[in-house]
Write a protein that binds this ligand. Structure first.
Ligand code: 5GP
Length: 116
């Protein structure tokens, strides 16, 4: 894969682009969204960029999807007191801009009109 083809999230995981990383394992990484839509807005991203969206991930590696969801629960306890929304934008018309599957973990009071 050429540099231009690697996703922005792979480049964050590889420390080529700075980000506020809050959690990392061999298989996934979590960091703060650069344009937060809620008081706490984390992105949880599998390190593989084989899956463009959550449906592909569910079909290709359900254990990795479960890992994302349980990681969201743990991070929500650390960052938001345990209550949260988990959003997977799927498709450009649904607002997806990065085609490397990722979960938005949103916590705290949501801004009006966002992601409803
Ligand atoms: P999508 O619209 O694909 O569901 O979400 C992509 C998210 O990635 C957006 O919320 C956007 O703010 C975030 N994002 C895009 N580029 C960067 C970046 O360079 N750093 C960080 N931390 N977040 C980014």
């Amino acid at each position: 894969m050429t540099d231009a083809e690697r996703s922005i999230f792979t480049r964050i995981a590889d420390r080529e682009i700075p980000a506020d990383i809050v959690h990392e394992t061999d298989s996934l990484i979590a960091f703060r969204d650069i344009a937060p839509q809620a008081p706490v807005h984390l992105l949880i991203v599998p390190k593989t960029e084989r899956y463009a969206n959550v449906v592909e991930l569910a079909e290709g590696d359900p254990a990795l999807l479960a890992d994302i969801v349980s990681t969201a629960g743990r991070l929500a306890h650390e960052h938001t007191g345990g209550q949260f929304r988990l959003v997977f934008n799927t498709g450009a018309e649904a607002g997806q801009t990065v085609f490397h599957v990722h979960a938005h973990l949103l916590g705290g009071r949501l801004e009006e009109g966002t992601l409803a």
